[in-house]
Design a protein around this ligand. Structure first.
Ligand code: AR6
Length: 170
């Protein structure tokens, strides 16, 4: 059975099969978790990213993890929050496409940051609900076993996930 785990800390330190990067459309690095992942993985990650021709919002692409403990990085591009209905679809698509890619590469553990909730301004509570709904739906339909870690950088995000995980289980 697939499991969802909530953890607090720095995603770059995790020793799991794959970590997800909340990237931008260029895939050439940036601030936030993207900057941290590139710094920890080393310059070879940028070299591989340069060969990918960027990534559309809501899509995902995979690279190796280089100096990270994680073997792979899945780079996905969340929406810049605007309040439009499309934001929701794009954010859900990031989780879904990342999980599909993980399945395709036989990845057994994957850690997500709270995509779009930093620099891209998505309200944390709304984003957490979308993340969990999408993950639960995917687990139900995918017929694939994987551990999914929701990596929280702050207690606020952690508390929100814990609140909605409990609701889903009741
Ligand atoms: N480990 C886990 N989570 C982290 C870490 C970390 N090391 N660092 C930050 N977070 P953000 P976005 C959390 O801004 O909103 C970049 O410039 C952070 O607290 O990294 O999707 C890209 O290149 C927040 O909860 O990503 C894009 O231009 C979450 O990760 C843009 O930012 C996402 O925050 C993407 O913005």
């Amino acid at each position: 059975m697939s499991k969802i785990l909530i953890e607090k800390g720095d995603i770059t330190k995790l020793a799991c099969d794959c970590i997800v990067n909340a990237a931008n459309k260029t895939l050439l690095g940036g601030g936030g978790v993207d900057g941290a992942i590139h710094r920890a993985a080393g310059p070879q990650l940028l070299d591989e990213c340069k060969t990918l021709n960027g990534c559309r919002t809501g899509e995902a692409k995979i690279t190796k993890g280089y100096n990270l403990k994680a073997k792979h990085v899945i780079h996905t591009v969340g929406p810049i929050y605007s309040g439009a209905e499309n934001d929701r679809e794009m954010l859900a698509s990031c989780y879904e496409k990342s999980l599909e890619l993980a399945k395709k590469h036989n990845i057994k553990s994957i850690a997500f940051p709270a995509i779009s909730t930093g620099i891209y301004g998505y309200p944390k509570e709304e984003a957490a609900k979308i993340a969990l709904e999408t993950i639960y739906k995917w687990i139900d339909s995918s017929n694939y076993e994987i551990d999914i870690i929701l990596m929280c950088f702050d207690s606020e995000t952690q508390n929100i996930y814990e609140k909605y995980i409990k609701k889903e289980n009741n």
